[in-house]
Design a protein around this ligand. Structure first.
Ligand code: SAM
Length: 289
């Protein structure tokens, strides 16, 4: 098990990870592009945080050529480079400087929850803000809800996917509930590969930060200066708009870098300097994809 902040990237062999997550990436890609465009972004460049083996960057290749990814594991980064044709940087999403900006930055599948310590969370939002163009969009796909995460304790989720004769069973389980002080829970992943006989078994365990929706948005707003554009429950084929109070489970959180040419918003005076206004602008999602 790794302590919060000590994770060094996935140790699962990229070839096994690639098969385990090899479902159709197009719905995810379409959602990313839809929400970025709905916010008014002209998406000609993207950066993925924690791109793994590059499955989403590869699928984005059908839509645009300027694609970058950051990945902590060197092995995963190499696999993503080979698979996606995107520019892949082996590095930390909480501390990077690419000397350019992007129209869209995104993180799929709970990846932002790997930023577990206060320093990592501050670094993540600072880097995101620094790498977005004016009016650029950030989208995170993550499971929200402190209580919801605690309720998953010792209740594994699993699935099996195949590529040719190779079959990979993936399972994950919350093995320690979120701690009230760190808000991190411990998650264990297991992967088993077989063809006509067992081929191997790999596991890893790490800490994931748990968020309630309003806290997630508040941190992004405070540390990154981003503005909330919406929270959507992902329940295929629907995207259901949610307010922070009822956003629990798998969600897409859409945030936007303020437009530098826009009129400054009227911010109400708060009683305490450290308090931030609650996000107020929640847009409606398309009823149906
Ligand atoms: C759940 S996987 C998602 C992979 C990919 N985005 C996908 O959807 O297939 C999370 C990935 O984030 C990477 N990761 C975790 N912490 C990271 C960090 N601080 N910086 C960059 N990558 C990180 C892991 O190594 C892993 O490959």
């Amino acid at each position: 098990m790794t302590a919060p902040g000590d994770y060094r990237g996935s140790v699962i062999p990229p070839g096994i990870h690639d098969i385990a997550f090899d479902w159709d990436p197009q719905p995810e890609v379409q959602r990313l592009l839809h929400f970025a465009r709905e916010a008014g972004a002209d998406v000609r460049s993207v950066l993925e945080l924690g791109c793994g083996t590059g499955r989403l960057l590869a699928a984005l290749g059908a839509h645009l050529s300027d694609r970058w990814g950051i990945e902590l594991s060197r092995e995963m980064a190499e696999a993503a480079r080979a698979r996606s044709g995107a520019r892949i940087v082996a590095g930390d999403m909480c501390d990077f400087a690419l000397e350019r900006t992007f129209d869209l930055i995104f993180a799929s599948a709970n990846t932002v929850r790997h930023a577990a310590t206060a320093a990592q969370i501050a670094g993540l939002w600072r880097c995101v803000a620094e790498h977005l163009v004016s009016g650029g969009v950030f989208i995170a796909d993550l499971e929200l809800g402190f209580e919801a995460e605690a309720a998953k304790l010792h209740r594994p989720a699993f699935w099996t996917l195949s590529r040719g004769p190779l079959q990979v069973r993936a399972s994950w389980c919350v093995v320690r509930p979120p701690a009230p002080d760190t808000r991190c829970c411990t998650v264990e992943w297991e992967f088993e590969a077989r063809s006509d006989r067992p081929l191997g078994r790999w596991s890893e365990s790490f800490e994931l930060r748990t968020y309630d929706a309003d806290e997630f948005v508040r941190l992004a707003t405070a540390a990154g200066g981003l503005e909330p554009r919406g929270i959507y429950e992902v329940r295929d084929p629907y995207l259901l708009p949610r307010t922070p109070e009822n956003a629990v489970g798998r969600m897409l959180v859409v945030l936007q870098s303020p437009r530098r040419d826009a009129q400054p918003p009227v911010v109400p005076t708060m009683p305490h300097g450290s308090e931030l206004p609650e996000p107020t602008r929640w847009t409606s999602a398309p009823a149906r994809r």
